[in-house]
Write a protein that binds this ligand. Structure first.
Ligand code: ADP
Length: 638
């Protein structure tokens, strides 16, 4: 994206500012601030953004910056876009580099600032002085007061879905979003959406190890699974029928999805207390996910056709947008909101719910410039602020699952946005919370940044810095993270280059290593080549046998063959399973077990569904499915 800023108004403003500063100087007898001086011309400079170098062209007169143009960048679509407009505008307007960064796009903002600083240096200016020069504190505008049928707080997948659905149900909608753009954590997620689709499964080749997984359900006892007993019974019958027929194609059913979500979430906290997913919530999700995925398609989301499986999903039942989360989800849903008359208020942070006679009737919020906003909801408020994975303090306070959680642990979350605000606001309005101690660590976090690296465990092995395998790579996320922590956190994901399907490029870096031989790779990773070679040979023999006597892995989609790629990984805070208590209609429940009228919630801000460990691919299913329910029910006053 290219942004040009007309410099004429800016020069005039700079002149006025310099004049008024000089006037002040005269009054106080302080020396007048030095006037910037540049070698007039246009310069090209570079700064490091989030996704790589950002190149800008900056034009100077002898004493002012007149235009800033972003000419080359590889930032994440949908996250950095506002920064390309706002930062150049601010720099020209205030003739300063100490300008405010864009909320949710901090690194991109600094990339642009540093690129302009590079130009300033080339033009003979003092970039340090310009960086020290802050933009003036904003003046709040007049108070804003508005109303709509439904107010949605948060513009990630859940909030966008709720807004679209409320509009489809004839409600007027205002969505408030803290960041400079909608998208939230959903934008930086894997984007993979679980839904049991038996027809699609029946067209997908089976992996032989899955037969064993299915057989293992036949040994489970209905007496042990509480509310899930009937579902288990139905699943067993389905599996028996499937095993008696053609097993060359994948099996799937809503019941299998329900039972895998149940077992995946069944966990014990550090006090020995068990938690499992609320049956009604799990059943609701697994039953409605497929129709919601089709609803997204009807709105314009285009999915890649083949079934996919993110790490820790335990089954191949997900689809991901063909062109990424921004094109597939965020753009489709936000365009739909605008097209249907909804309003999106960006850079607006909800602070408090308005509660009148026990009913949630609105929201108090504040804009980035300090303007006070009061929003009245004729029908309902939907809380969709995401989890608290970007709030380390809150994670450390609530964690009751990870023993000695490293306080320096990184996160996959967008930290400026994902702070658990909705949980705090909800509790203040009387909501109950559940499962707060269960925090999901993403094993595939980049070792240097903590960001999501993506991929799954079917085609690779995880090895310690000493070159030893240490876990079933196809296990749940908490199982892999726990094992990684026991081995010192840092591990390498090793795969054939031909299997590579991680996010980003396969270019070598401080965390990506390529090699033609295992000896070369061992050298690069500082490990013993014999140990590594033995581990890889042993693993490849397990792939041939379809059995892993060391760690019990049973889904293998590739051997580890030359040439190789290894990625340095560390577990990173990912998803917070706990949150506001809700029912299947997305009503928020108070501490006495009663529905709070006018109050709905959806997505990661809620608890009870994923229990102790969320399956990979269930978050996208959750946010869109329950967002849709919350929006419709709020619109209909149900
Ligand atoms: P989910 O996956 O549940 O939809 P996301 O993390 O994708 O959650 O999105 C949550 C969104 O809520 C983010 O865009 C975040 O900026 C926004 N948000 C968080 N707190 C507030 C708040 N206090 N006011 C407005 N928006 C908020």
């Amino acid at each position: 994206m290219v942004k040009k800023v007309n410099g004429i108004a800016a020069i005039a403003l700079a002149v006025i500012m310099v004049l008024s500063m000089a006037a002040c100087g005269q009054q106080t007898n302080a020396p007048a601030p030095a006037k910037e001086s540049y070698k007039a011309g246009t310069y090209t400079g570079t700064g490091q953004g989030h996704g790589g170098p950002i190149q800008v062209k900056t034009t100077f007169t002898a004493d002012a910056i007149t235009t800033v143009e972003v000419v080359k960048q590889t930032e994440t679509q949908g996250i950095a876009d506002p920064a390309f407009t706002v930062i150049p505008d601010e720099i020209v307007k205030y003739q300063a580099l100490g300008v405010d960064t864009v909320t949710g796009a901090t690194l991109s903002s600094y990339g642009i600032i540093n690129a302009v600083a590079d130009c300033v240096k080339q033009a003979g200016g003092d970039s340090d002085a310009l960086k020290a020069k802050k933009q003036p504190a904003p003046t709040p505008g007049p108070d804003v007061e508005k109303s709509a049928d439904v107010i949605v707080i948060g513009g990630g997948g859940a909030g966008l879905s709720a807004s679209v659905s409320a509009l489809q149900n004839k409600a007027s909608v205002i969505l408030v979003e803290k960041g400079a753009a909608v998208g939230g954590n959903t934008l930086v997620s894997g984007g993979v959406w679980n839904a049991a689709d038996p027809e699609l499964a029946a067209k997908t080749p089976n992996d032989k190890g899955r037969i064993e997984t299915l057989k293992s359900f036949l040994d489970k006892n209905e007496k042990d699974v509480g509310d899930y007993a009937e579902t288990l019974k139905t699943l067993k019958a389905q599996i028996r029928k499937y095993l008696a027929g053609d097993t060359s194609k994948l099996f799937d059913s809503t019941e299998l999805h329900i039972m895998q979500t149940y077992y995946g979430g069944l966990r014990q906290d550090l006090d020995g207390k068990w938690i499992s997913g609320n049956f009604e919530l799990v059943k609701n999700l697994c039953t409605k996910s497929l129709e919601t995925r089709k609803w997204a398609e009807s709105l314009g989301t285009v999915f890649a056709p083949a079934l996919n499986e993110p790490i820790g999903s335990l089954w191949k039942r997900a689809l991901a947008p063909a062109k990424g989360n921004f094109e597939g989800y965020i753009k489709v849903f936000s365009n739909n909101i605008i097209k249907n008359g909804g309003e999106i208020m960006l850079d607006t942070t909800a602070k408090e719910l308005i509660v009148e006679n026990g009913r949630v009737t609105g929201v108090k919020a504040v804009k980035k410039d300090g303007t006070k906003v009061t929003l009245h909801a004729n029908k309902g408020v939907v809380m969709a602020t995401g989890g608290f994975g970007g709030n380390k303090e809150m994670v450390l306070k609530y964690n009751n699952y990870w023993k000695d959680l490293n306080p320096k642990i990184l996160t996959t979350n967008r930290e400026t946005l994902i702070q658990g605000d909705g949980i705090v606001m909800g509790e203040k309005a009387g909501a109950a919370v559940t499962g707060m101690g269960f925090i999901q660590l993403m094993p595939l976090g980049w070792a240097n940044t903590g960001e999501l690296a993506g991929g799954n465990g079917s085609y690779c092995i995880y090895i310690t810095p000493q070159g030893k395998r240490f876990v079933n790579e196809y296990a749940e996320r908490d199982v892999i993270s726990k094992a990684a922590i026991e081995h010192g956190e840092l591990f390498y994901e090793l795969q054939s280059q031909k299997s590579f399907m991680g996010f980003g490029t396969i270019e070598e870096s401080s965390v990506v290593f390529k090699a033609d031989t295992l000896e070369e790779l061992a050298k690069k990773l500082g490990m013993d080549a014999n140990t590594l070679t033995q581990e890889v040979n042993k693993y490849n023999s397990y792939v041939d046998a379809g059995k892993d006597p060391d760690f019990g892995k049973n889904v293998f989609t590739a051997k580890i063959e030359a040439p190789y790629v290894a990625r340095a990984m560390k577990p990173s805070i990912h998803h917070t399973m706990g949150g506001l208590v809700v029912d299947v209609d997305a009503h928020v429940i108070d501490t006495k077990g009663k529905v709070i009228p006018g109050f709905y919630a959806a997505g990661e801000v809620t608890g009870g569904l994923h229990a102790g460990n969320r399956l990979g691919g269930n978050a996208i299913a959750d946010i869109f499915t329950n967002g849709r329910i919350a929006g419709a029910n709020a619109a209909l006053g149900k």
